[in-house]
Design a protein around this ligand. Sequence first.
Ligand code: ADP
Ligand code: MG
Length: 464
Amino acid sequence: MAETETAEERLTAELEAACDADVDTLRELAAAMAEEMKKGLRSEDEAKIKMLISFVHTLPDWNAKGIFYALDVGGTNFRILRVSLGGERSSLEVQDMDRQHIPQDLMKGTSEAFFDFLASSIERFVGKEGKDAVSDSGKRRLGFTFSFPVKQTSVSSGNLIRWTKGFAIKDAVHEEVSGLLQAALDKRRVNMQVTALVNDTVGSLALAHYHDQDTVAAVIIGTGTNAAYVEKTENITKSPGLLTPSGQMVINTEWGNFFSSHLPRTSYDIELDAESLNPNEMAYEKMISGMYLGEIVRRVLLRISQESDEFRQAADMLSRPSILSAPYITAMHQDKSSELKEVERILRDLLQIKDVPLRMRRIVVRVCDAVTRRAGRLGAAGIAGILKKMGREEGNSRSVVAIEGGLYASYKKFREYLKEGLEEILGRDFVARNVVLKITEDGSGLGAALLAAAAAEEVGKKSS
Ligand code: ADP
Ligand code: MG
């Protein structure tokens, strides 16, 4: 058997073995995640996971009224929303929404160009409104969802710790980001005040909690990955004397930077990391999220092309970073046709590999499967780690975990692997009884609008 094994079969089998995280490994990872979370609550300096304080101590209920805006800046897209809140349950209504890609050149340019671009998009968005849209309520209020690690200084301000997800706007690092956006808005005379600065995970948690009070955590799996959850203030030992009316605080874990020797890393992951914009950072994110899945698959296929005659013609195309983005992986992996026609089409049209035999197309599907299965299972370990940290990995309390992001929403097999991994770690019956994985959409932005409304109410209370 071993004598007749082809290079591509050997490399694929090696990949499958290296990516396999059995249930014991997943449990080790969940325990390590919970431990790292504790460390981050003790001190940010030594911790891999920063466990950032969000300044959100009470998740908003449905009492707020008025028109609020949200700007959601992710890693790939940004959205602007106008939301109306009617002061009753289920009275949240999206009145208008605009969604765009973030231009590549702005991701590595100057802070001024980036924030002016955001402000100009908002200017255009509100420009569509009637002239008197906000005449008697004064300034428009904006929740700014900014999906990068920020050290918050208040509910509406915070400093960028570092960029992730391929961003490298150097002069913005350590700057106060809502101030940068506010200055850009003011310069264009847009009548709008940034009243909440939130991480996407926190926004997502706020919206999911608005709909279901048992929501205890929110996870993002889009361009990058991150999670937020509700912690007791007494456990946040790095901020002794932190007092909140609820006794709680939403923590933005920044779990993408999680690292453990139990992570099933391969040579492809190590190379990807070394060539990334942020080497030695975000090891967990780089094994899970949409920005990286295609890159891992590309590196495996490139390796195959170097050792297998049938793929040799593709080595050039496969040397191009980012050519295989996550949506292609989804499409190939979920190709249901018996002849794998979709795989054939993508290999031909995107990578210019012609006449790929079915046997090779199956190899490509196996590579996608190994990488995605690992990603889903690692995501499950993270979620189990958070539940463990909250003491919800056993017992009988209902825990809703909101999950949002382009990768999770669009990739059924990823969702299935994540669910399966969680069931293996925590037990199928336990998960069926106590854990709800709830897929959410636009929660990061809508939640920011809710938090902007809550912040406005707070200011109102204080001044009256
Ligand atoms: P952001 O991360 O910018 O907030 P999203 O949550 O919409 O934005 O996630 C976008 C990311 O989701 C893309 O960069 C891509 O990696 C991933 N994605 C989008 N569509 C698909 C798809 N069909 N299959 C797999 N991943 C996808
Ligand atoms: Mg997002």
